[in-house]
Structure formats: structure tokens, C-alpha cells
Design a protein around this ligand. Structure first.
Ligand code: M6R
Length: 615
């Protein structure tokens, strides 16, 4: 959570800092700020509670003159989202400014000590201690060397951080560092840039450098970047990443919101992912570092993820167990990290994470690697920590996902999991090449099926009206579509703030049925599959209690059409396991229309952030 940016060079800093913060706003959006150093050594800034757009207005009148600066968009952890808690934070002299992404776990001890030493604090945040620690080092052992002062300060920190630091006394220098929170830097003809991820940098370069934990980079106004590690040794060959997203990929491009854009991009995302994956020996997946023999020996799979990615994991579990006949456990990373885990010598771990930066998922992956498991990441963001730390990483190539509610990453991750299941099935000789080819061809139909659903978005718009004035909803489905229900409910509650429960349809009678009363909205995912009749019976149980039912059903299902107040039609799918990938679009569209009807910002729902980098 939180996004940070920094720039030093020949141009005015504020315009790009503000633009960069807008691109990073999906990481947090409860307050924002920038600080700029003028060439003559004046440090000045502006910060405020609220969105970056509000900061942009404030910055217009602040006349932020300077070619070196830092910026921050916040997702509050310590201290309310107020002006005074917005970053940057300053030292006592007001000559050092710091932005921070992460959590300083020992900040209370440090703050107490710093206050005893005479430092005055201006916020309730954990982050402010960093500015005062740098001040101490700057005036003491570092003797005016900013990189050393930052290194010295970091030696006293516990927790996680990505930092960008400027000092009025060195107006042509920007120092950045990280431990546990992401940070990339880039050198260009105009100067040097730093950001939490590659997205804001796509407008200025196609080549960025990835900092490792404890690297300290000094960026100069000539575009130079020099990096030292925690022992002060020069880092010669930092990891380079080529950005193949063009900057417009992270722009609205005529859509009213990113969620709408990203929902529409799903067919192309799946086409990109599938292209070239079928070879003469089955599914091509060079990203897997296990040999075919090692893959054949895998006797257990752990899938670990959070949120929507966890729902992908549930589908993946069903598909891997069905096709490859390997037992799979699917775990919430936050739960997994504090539970007993039993692994065999041949356990494989799959982490699923769009951002590749989710703290809980990364902790779980490190734990599994520590136990000797091969960790395979399914992720979207290039050069993300998950991709770098895993033994192998499959990029879903969905392009930047900006809306906080995950849409295109959800369906692309599912398709990636299907490909993995086919690879495992072949290695375990549970399928012939011909069967693998047939399943691959089924997957190739997904983009076309999605396009049909997108043409039917009017159905979602109409159905959304049934949620007017409602405060709660129930989502039901069976088998793989119990997961569709979980995901549909998560989408709805996340952006419309409507309470939504999701249950396997057959479980409803064991408790949730008590929620039902006349007019209560129920969304039932009831495609033409082997559990169709059972789900239809569950819909009848809802109707008998006066519920208003929206069905998600296969074209031509007259029985469901007669029962439900609205139907979101899904074209026939070649395999019932594929239905969740196609039906997902209706559930995303429905949630978006309900939220828009309520007047909410669907891209930036309250209290949330796109990348959850704290535990
Ligand atoms: O980046 P990740 O896939 O690891 O993120 C996991 C969850 O935070 C994420 O899926 C979250 O649940 C979404 N906002 C749901 O739309």
C-alpha cells in the first residue's frame, strides 16, 4: 500500500511527481503530498487528506519550483488520514523530507528515544521517525552524506520500507532505498526517476532497474544512478526490467472508469496468454523450473493466495485434482502463515498474485521455499517481488490492472491455472497429448464467449436495478460455481458497499436461508452443468421465501428464465469447468452497475488499496 515517486533532473519535478502519483493512486488514496527542492536549496511542499486530484489543485497555487522532489499517495496504517499525517514527513529543521511505503514496527521505541533527544514530531505516523533518524545521522556520523545518513537510519529500523529522501542541502540528489516494499529506478536523458512500480515510469522509459532489499540508490540530476548495498559495496549489476506496456495501457482511453476498461480487455488478455502455449509435446511452459520427471513426481500442490486470487486458487484446485489427479490444498496466505503445514519431498507450491507484492502471499512463498518446495508464481506485474523470488513465474500478460477490483487478472489467472493443470496432467500421464490439445482448444473459445457476454451488458445494467434500496445480497452456486458465487459477492461488496454473502447453494439451508425475506436479492449461478437440477431446487427454496432471484444461466434455459426476475445469459461453454471464466464478466458488470447506481467511485473503493503490502 502507498505509492511513492521521486525525480531529480533537468525538468521541473512537480508535474511528473503529480502525474506519477495519479498513476500510483490505486495503491492508496486517502491522502497525498509532494516536496520539491529548488536549485537554490529551498525545500517546500504541499500535502493534504483526500485524493491526488485534491493535491493537484493545492499544488497549482503552491508554486512548487524545483527539479528534485518526492511524492506519496497514502493508505493509512498508523494515524488517521489527515493533512498532518500525509507524507512527506520532515525532520526538525524542515530540510530533510521523506516518503515511506511500509510499516516501521519499532517506531514507538524509536519515537520515545528521539523525543527524549529533543526531536519534535508533527504527525501520528510511524514513518516520521525516519526523517528524524536521518537528521541525527546527517548531523552526526554521516556528516552531510545523504546516502550514508539514510543507511545509518535504516540500520535502526525494523519492519518494511521503501523510502525516497531529499535534503535541501543537496538539491541535485535523491536517495531511495527499500526493505520488503517494492521500488524501481530509471535513468533517462532528462534525469533519474524512482517509483513504487513500473507504471508511472512507462511514460518516460522502457527500461527500469529493480532495487533489492537494503540497496541504497543515489540518483543524480544528470540521470546517474549509483547503488550501494547494506555493507556499502557498489552494486554493479542491478536487475533490469524491460517495460513492454505502453503508457497508454494505464490510461482510461475513452472509458469512464478503469474497471469498465479492464472488464472489456479480457478477451484480448486471454488471447495473449494462450498464444503459442500449445506445442507438439503439449503445453509449453518454460517458466516452470521443474523438469518433466520432477513434475511427474509432484505428489501434493499447495496453492496460496489472497482475495480474488484465492478464488482463482479454488478453481485451480478443482481443475488440477480433476485433470492431473494430484491432491491440492488451497490456502489463504494470511491463514497459512500461522498454521502447521505438512509438506512432502515432492510438494509444489503455486502462489497466485496479480500484483506480486501482497505481503501475506510473499511471506507464505518464502516459508514454502524455506521448506524446500519449488515455488511457482502466477502473476501479472513485471519484475514483481513474487516473480523475482519464486523459482519460476508465469506472467499472465493482462496489462496494468488499475481498478482496485480485480477483473481481467481474475480470468487470466484462471486460464493460466488451467494451462498449469494440463501441464501437470500430461506429466502425470493422466491425459494424452490429444486430450490436452482438446482442452487447449476449449480454452481458445473463451475470448469469443467473453465477447458475447460483453455484448449483453445491458442485462447486467437492468438486473442491477433489482438491488436499488437493498442492503444485503446472497450469492449461490455449486461446484466450480460456488467459487463464482464467492467472487461475485466479493466484487459486489468491494465496490458497492452492499453486504453480500456467498455460499455453496446446497449449504444455504444450513443457516443463510434465515436471511431470506420478501424482496431479498439472490444471485444464483446456475449454468447447464451436472449440478444444474440441484441448484434449480435451491432457487425454488429462495423463491418460496419471497427472494428476488437473478440467475446466471446458459442460453436457452427456459426453466431458469421462468423462475428468475432477471437472467444474465451465458453462451454454452465447451466444458463446464470453463463457465466461471465466462460467467465472471456478468458478475463483474453487475457489481459495477450496482455501484455506479449508488454513485460510488468503482475504481477506488473506500478503505481498500490495490496492492496489500502489509500483513
Ligand atoms: O495482487 P494480489 O492478487 O495478490 O491481490 C490479492 C487481493 O488483495 C486482491 O485480489 C483483492 O481481493 C482484490 N481487490 C479483489 O478485487
Amino acid at each position: 500500500m502507498c505509492g511513492i515517486v521521486g525525480y531529480v533532473g533537468s525538468k521541473q519535478a512537480a508535474p511528473w511527481l503529480l502525474e506519477g502519483l495519479q498513476t500510483l493512486e490505486y495503491r492508496g488514496y486517502d491522502s497525498a503530498g509532494v516536496s520539491v527542492v529548488s536549485p537554490s536549496g529551498n525545500l517546500h511542499g504541499v500535502k493534504c487528506a483526500g485524493r491526488v486530484a485534491h493535491l493537484v489543485e493545492r499544488a497549482k497555487v503552491a508554486n512548487l519550483n524545483g527539479t528534485c522532489g518526492i511524492g506519496h499517495t497514502r493508505w493509512a496504517t498508523h494515524g488517521a488520514p489527515t493533512d498532518r499525517n500525509a507524507h512527506p514527513h520532515y525532520d526538525c529543521s524542515g530540510r530533510i523530507a521523506v516518503v515511506h511505503n511500509g510499516i516501521i514496527e519499532n517506531y514507538q521505541v524509536l519515537k520515545r528515544q528521539l523525543m527524549l533527544d529533543g526531536h519534535a514530531f508533527a504527525s501520528d505516523t510511524d514513518s516520521e521517525v525516519i526523517a528524524h533518524l536521518i537528521e541525527e545521522a546527517w548531523n552526526g556520523p554521516a556528516k552531510g552524506d545523504l546516502a550514508s545518513a539514510v543507511r545509518n537510519a535504516c540500520d535502526r529500523l525494523e519492519g518494511s520500507w521503501a523510502l525516497a529522501v531529499v535534503c535541501a542541502d543537496v538539491p541535485g540528489e535523491l536517495v531511495v532505498t527499500r526493505c520488503g516494499s517494492p521500488l524501481v529506478v530509471a535513468s533517462t536523458d532528462d534525469g533519474a526517476y524512482a517509483a513504487s512500480d513500473v507504471m508511472p515510469l512507462a511514460s518516460v522509459t522502457s527500461h527500469v532497474l529493480q532495487l533489492e532489499d537494503f540497496d541504497i540508490a543515489t540518483l543524480g540530476s544528470d540521470g546517474s544512478i549509483s547503488i550501494i548495498d547494506r555493507d556499502g559495496r557498489t552494486v554493479d549489476h542491478p536487475t533490469a526490467i524491460d517495460i513492454d506496456w505502453d503508457a497508454s495501457a494505464a490510461k482510461l482511453g475513452g472509458y469512464s472508469d478503469f474497471m469498465a476498461k479492464e472488464i472489456s480487455e479480457q478477451p484480448e488478455a486471454i488471447e495473449r496468454l494462450l498464444a503459442g502455449r500449445l506445442g507438439e509435446h503439449g503445453i509449453e511452459m518454460d517458466e516452470l523450473t521443474l523438469t518433466r520427471a520432477e513434475l511427474a513426481a509432484v505428489d501434493r500442490v499447495f496453492i496460496i493466495a489472497c482475495g480474488t486470487s484465492y478464488h482463482v486458487g479454488l478453481i485451480a484446485k478443482t481443475v488440477i485434482e480433476k485433470w492431473a489427479r494430484i491432491p491440492v490444498s488451497c490456502e489463504y496466505a494470511s491463514e497459512f502463515n500461522y498454521s502447521d503445514v505438512l509438506v512432502t519431498n515432492h510438494t509444489m507450491c503455486v502462489i497466485i498474485t496479480q500484483s506480486g507484492e501482497t505481503a501475506d502471499t510473499l511471506t507464505a512463498a518464502r516459508r514454502m521455499r524455506g521448506m524446500g518446495c519449488n515455488v511457482f508464481a502466477i502473476t501479472n506485474v513485471l519484475g514483481s517481488t513474487a516473480a523475482r523470488e519464486a523459482d519460476g513465474a508465469l506472467y499472465i500478460q493482462a496489462g496494468p490492472e488499475v481498478a482496485v477490483a480485480s477483473t481481467k487478472a481474475y480470468t487470466a489467472q484462471m486460464v493460466a491455472a488451467f494451462l498449469l493443470a494440463l501441464r501437470l496432467a500430461l506429466a502425470h500421464e493422466r491425459m494424452s497429448i490429444e486430450e490436452v490439445q482438446r482442452h487447449y482448444e476449449d480454452l481458445c473459445q473463451v475470448p469469443g464467449l467473453m465477447r458475447q457476454v460483453l455484448k449483453r451488458r445491458w442485462q447486467d445494467k437492468q438486473a442491477a436495478r433489482l438491488f436499488n434500496g437493498k442492503t444485503s445480497a446472497l450469492f449461490l452456486g455449486r461446484n466450480v460455481n460456488s467459487t463464482s458465487a464467492y467472487e461475485g459477492a466479493l466484487k459486489l461488496k468491494e465496490i458497492s458497499y452492499l453486504h453480500a454473502e456467498a455460499y455453496p447453494a446446497g449449504e444455504m439451508k444450513h443457516g443463510p436461508i434465515a436471511l431470506l425475506e420478501p424482496g431479498f436479492p439472490v444471485v444464483a449461478i446456475v449454468p447447464a452443468d451436472h449440478v444444474h437440477d440441484k441448484t434449480v431446487s435451491n432457487i425454488q427454496e429462495c423463491l418460496a421465501r419471497g427472494a428476488v432471484v437473478v440467475g446466471v444461466a446458459t442460453d436457452g434455459d427456459e426453466r431458469v428464465a421462468k423462475m428468475c426476475q432477471a437472467v444474465l445469459w451465458v453462451p454454452p461453454c465447451p466444458d463446464e469447468l470453463i463457465v466461471p471464466v465466462v460467467a465472471a464478466l456478468h458478475l463483474q458488470l453487475l457489481a459495477r452497475y450496482v455501484a455506479r447506481d449508488r454513485g460510488y467511485d468503482v475504481d477506488k473503493p473506500r478503505n481498500l488499496a490495490k496492492s496489500v503490502t502489509v500483513e
